[in-house]
Design a protein around this ligand. Structure first.
Ligand SMILES: *Cc1c(COP(=O)(O)O)cnc(C)c1O
Length: 453
């Protein structure tokens, strides 16, 4: 399947996730890539994966990153003994903008060529929704329906979505959890007749194009820190929910970026950190609401992609694991040769208290304000630092998006950004729905029918 097709397909027709047939080896390009500004590097890293002509692709990439507020797109700063990769300079102040600004432009490009329409259905635990909406608002031939768990995202996250009033944007508040939203989305995508009849597309990280765009900043930060320090290897620490972001790091490592460790950090919803410490992937009861809501996820949709490589790229083996998980809520893998689950990964979690303490201490010591997701990462990384291998911690959101947690942590109302401060006075639009597949399906059909006239 060509990239443009995979872009529009989202979830594979058999319910699985798409991956490239082969992962190109980039080892011979590392020296040359070390010198490139972000958009040029992005074009170089992604070009081998896509079927879009070089000039067009480079123009799309440049346009996507021109909306960022920092000239470097994703700058790296040093704080104490870690490097922080700031991924929050896009329109909605979360790392999801990096992929979704590009995705919106890719969709527009591919649809224009084919004269097709697209109806995007997405589920958000908070940040994907607004980034996806900003990526496609006002674009021709695209309509977007975003489900969020009613009352379970922050007020700011909600306003960032519901204050976008463009005709092609529909916000659905689902009376349930994020996992309910994801389950509804999966069921609807697996109804192939409905999916085809309504040209459904995806902005969630089940869409390979999102992972692809995220591979770039591992190269950007990794190569910059290697240049600065002269180190041979680097570590990345990634606050993790759906396993999309860290999976992009895993692909970067497979492409030849010298990553020695991926430090996976979770909050109390720790299914993934339990897995990498035990080899057992098992849901741990209901979702806990935490101060890092974008990681309040029990079943990580991208984990399947990792398992494919962990099963030696054997689809039958993967199918067996996924079926066993669907039937029993549990799957187990054999340890690797050195008796670890995977020697590339270190995993840990940080509870609400240690996350808030990390925000406070980091601010007092380094005068740098972490958002709670980033703080989960820093709190976890601190136990796994290595003098010879610099650690780059991904900063996934601007603290102003989570100002209540910052007040909780520091006792001060210091997390502000004009984009967020402006939200309070804007009009909003949103519809509340039960956590029911038929309700969501009807809503989509009714809107498509109504807006055709
Ligand atoms: C989405 C999100 C995460 C988790 O990323 P995954 O790709 O789901 O693992 C972490 N932090 C923030 C701020 C996010 O929005």
């Amino acid at each position: 399947m060509r990239f443009s097709k995979a872009l529009l397909t989202g979830l594979a027709r058999d319910g699985g996730l798409l991956l490239p047939q082969t992962i190109p080896n980039a080892s011979t390009h590392l020296n040359e890539w070390q010198q490139l500004p972000y958009a040029e590097l992005a074009t170089a890293v992604m070009q081998p994966f896509v079927d879009i002509p070089g000039n067009d692709f480079s123009e799309l990439v440049n346009r996507s990153y021109a909306t960022f507020r920092h000239k470097e797109t994703a700058p790296v700063v040093k704080a104490g003994n870690v490097y922080i990769l700031e991924l929050f300079h896009g329109p909605t102040l979360a790392f999801k903008d990096i992929a979704l600004q590009l995705l919106g432009n890719l969709y527009e490009y591919v649809l224009r060529k084919s004269e097709k329409q697209l109806n995007i259905l997405g589920a958000t635990s908070g940040d994907t929704g607004s980034a996806a909406i900003q990526g496609v608002r006002n674009k021709d031939s695209i309509r977007i329906f975003i489900m969020h768990p009613h009352g379970r995202i922050s007020r700011t996250q909600e306003l960032q979505m519901t204050s976008v009033l463009d005709d092609n944007v529909h916000n659905l508040a689902i009376k349930g959890t994020f996992d309910d939203c994801q389950a509804i989305m999966k069921t609807i995508f697996n109804d192939l007749q409905f999916r085809d009849a309504n040209s459904l597309g995806s902005v969630n990280s089940i869409n390979w194009a999102r992972i692809l765009a995220q591979i770039v900043y591992y190269f950007y930060a990794g190569l910059n820190v290697i240049k600065e320090t002269g180190a041979d290897k680097i570590r990345f620490c990634v606050p993790t929910g759906n396993f999309g972001d860290i999976f992009a790091g895993y692909v970067a490592a497979r492409m030849g970026l010298p990553i020695s460790k991926l430090i996976l950090a979770t909050n109390e919803n720790d299914i993934l950190s339990r897995f990498f410490n035990s080899g057992i992937y098992e849901t741990g009861g209901p979702v806990h609401a935490t101060v890092s809501p974008s990681m309040d996820i029990q079943v990580a949709s991208n984990f399947e992609r990792y398992l494919y490589y962990r099963s030696n790229e054997d689809p039958a083996k993967l199918n067996h694991l996924m079926t066993s998980f669907a039937e029993t809520g549990r799957l187990t893998i054999e340890p690797a040769a050195n008796n670890t689950v995977d020697s590339l990964f270190i995993a840990g979690s940080s509870n609400t208290q240690s996350t808030l303490t990390t925000i406070r201490d980091f601010y007092n010591t380094h005068n740098y304000l972490l958002d709670p997701h980033t703080a989960v990462g820093i709190s976890t990384a601190t136990a796994h630092l290595n003098a010879d291998e610099p650690t780059i911690c991904l900063a996934t959101a601007h603290p102003a998006k989570f100002s209540e947690a910052i007040i909780n942590a520091t006792g001060k109302d210091i997390a502000h950004h004009p984009v967020i401060d402006e939200l309070n006075n804007l009009p909003t639009r949103c519809d509340a729905l039960q956590a029911s597949v038929p309700e969501v399906r009807n809503y989509i059909m009714n809107h498509i029918a109504r807006e055709k006239q």
